[in-house]
Design a protein around this ligand. Structure first.
Ligand code: GLU
Length: 504
């Protein structure tokens, strides 16, 4: 039987880093086993619907390179569509299927109508709590006769449909990460399967869909372990084969608490906006909860495909450390696409007042737009500094040196350097050579520095740091010949003049 896995997000408006990891592990497991990765949208909680959430989620997945083979997908123009023979893949479009299946359970006495009001349920819960019992449904409507049920329905009473769990029955399943698990039905609730609005609950829809979509392995977050006995019992009630279960460890922050929005960035979109490289995010997220056989830390998607295995997924929570992610990101920066990084840099440059915006683009991200010539300049700048920063959101550590005619000295040390004796000679030589240069590119700029060394005997730190201070006001920074090329002749000359005028 061929492997079929699924990622089944509820469209909430943003993609948590934990969802990206669940999707990624499903994707990798499918690839590794020559299987199929399905994406199903679980939108039965009508109170949590967010406009555009499905599209946004699929865009984030496309960006991360974790796209599904089947189910809800984006077509090449970026429109949401569905693909595959087990559709529809959006739960709100499958209501007839759930109706048919709940009828089977009702007919077989494995589910029942419950007419209890919210007030009654609250009261029961309070009483149970007062007695020190675990609150659960007290079975009030379990034994209503067919006629009584019909009468209430005809009278227009609101109802839900619950699962009828047998008493003192042990539900067993095997989790590929956690091993054998056992739960007694006496500790379980008669779970609501169909809500008062006629929509199925997650628990019911997930089982029906996983079965009908021929899912072989359910790989999902640890928060669903306690729901799994209910699901397993449903498989038994229908007489269906159970899939394999894999529950992934929670993602924790560096204080070992569950990673939540309160602790800063947790959404894939946040990292995208900050200019993280998708391959870096995926690489790092793969390691939160899974450890490769050796201590390798940098993985391309292809390598992850080859090396990922469920056996090496850990039981205990994986720590998501942004500092580590930045470190991984830095590895990918030097080969990253300049255009992508430049786009991500725009909001930071606009905020810092370095570049003017000409409005907001109409794309889905609604980011600030700049003039074409400014964009070209930003791209050139990024190319030169991308191996000096870990993430684009650090762009303003270096970007200011590329803007403005006036030289801004970064520190007292830089001022001292500027006041050194050899600086006027260096400044004059540089200015002359820059003005005379026919081609002002990195290669020739390198030659300019060499010729100054030869002709004036200024060398080493005096030459390199001196030139850097004269041009950028900084003691350290990106390669000087590259920086000169980006600045261009005119700006270089203006900076040198500004520098000299600031000598004390
Ligand atoms: N819709 C559930 C979620 O949002 C899916 C849980 C599962 O994979 O079974 O996480």
């Amino acid at each position: 039987m061929s492997v079929r896995v699924r990622f089944a997000p509820s469209p909430t408006g943003f993609v948590h880093i934990g969802s990206l990891r669940t999707a990624l592990y499903n994707y990798l497991f499918a690839k590794r086993n020559g299987g199929t990765y399905v994406l199903r949208v679980e939108d039965t909680d009508r109170t949590r619907l967010v406009d555009g959430a499905i599209e946004n989620m699929l865009q984030a997945m496309r960006w991360a390179g974790v796209e599904s083979d089947e189910g809800v997908v984006l077509d090449k123009d970026g429109n949401v569509t569905q693909k595959g023979e087990f559709g529809p893949y959006i739960q709100s479009e499958r209501l007839d299927i759930y109706k048919e299946h709940i009828q089977t359970l009702l007919d077989e006495g494995k589910a029942y109508h419950c007419f209890c009001s919210k007030e009654r349920l609250d009261q029961v819960r309070e009483e149970q709590k007062a007695k020190g019992l675990t609150p659960k449904y007290d079975g009030h409507c379990r034994h209503l006769s067919k006629e009584e049920v019909q009468k209430k329905i005809d009278a227009g009473e609101s109802y839900v449909i619950r699962l009828k769990l047998p008493e003192n029955y042990v539900i067993k399943f095997h989790d590929l990460v956690r091993g054998d698990m056992e739960f007694n039905t006496d500790d379980q609730d008669d779970q609501v399967l169909i809500k008062a609005d006629g929509f199925p609950t997650y628990h019911f829809a997930v089982v029906v869909d996983d079965h009908l979509m021929k899912i072989t392995h359910i790989i999902r977050g640890e928060e669903w372990v306690s729901s799994t006995p209910k699901h397993v019992y449903l498989y038994e009630a229908f007489g269906w084969d159970k899939p394999e279960f894999v529950h992934l460890p929670n993602i924790l922050n560096t204080e070992k608490k569950k990673l939540s929005k309160r602790h800063g960035d947790v959404a894939v979109e946040d990292f995208k906006r900050k200019g993280y490289i998708p391959e870096a995010l995926v690489n790092y997220v793969a390691l939160v909860g899974w450890s490769p056989e050796d201590n390798q830390e940098i993985f391309s998607m292809k390598e992850l495909d080859e090396k990922f295995s469920i056996e090496r997924v850990s039981k205990s929570g994986g720590v998501f450390d942004v500092e580590k992610l930045k470190w991984v990101n830095q590895h990918y920066m030097k080969d990253a696409d300049d255009e992508y990084l430049a786009k991500a840099a725009i909001p930071y440059l606009v905020d810092a007042g370095l570049v003017d915006t000409i409005g907001v683009n109409e794309g889905s991200d609604g980011e600030a737009e700049v003039k074409d010539e400014d964009f070209e300049y930003i791209k050139k700048m990024i190319h030169v500094i991308k191996n000096k920063i870990q993430v684009i959101d650090e762009i303003n550590d270096l970007a200011p040196i590329f803007f403005g005619e006036e030289l801004k000295l970064e520190s007292e040390d830089a001022r001292e350097f500027l006041n050194m004796e050899h600086i006027p000679l260096l400044a004059q030589a540089l200015k002359d050579k820059i003005e005379q240069a026919e081609q002002f590119n990195s290669e020739n700029n390198q030659k300019i520095l060499k010729s100054i060394q030869k002709e004036h005997g200024i060398k080493g730190k005096n030459l390199f740091m001196g030139t850097r201070v004269l041009l950028t006001g900084m003691m350290h920074g990106p390669e000087i010949p590259d920086t000169m090329e980006v600045l261009g002749k005119e700006l270089c000359v203006k900076r040198i003049e500004s520098a000299i005028s600031q000598r004390g």
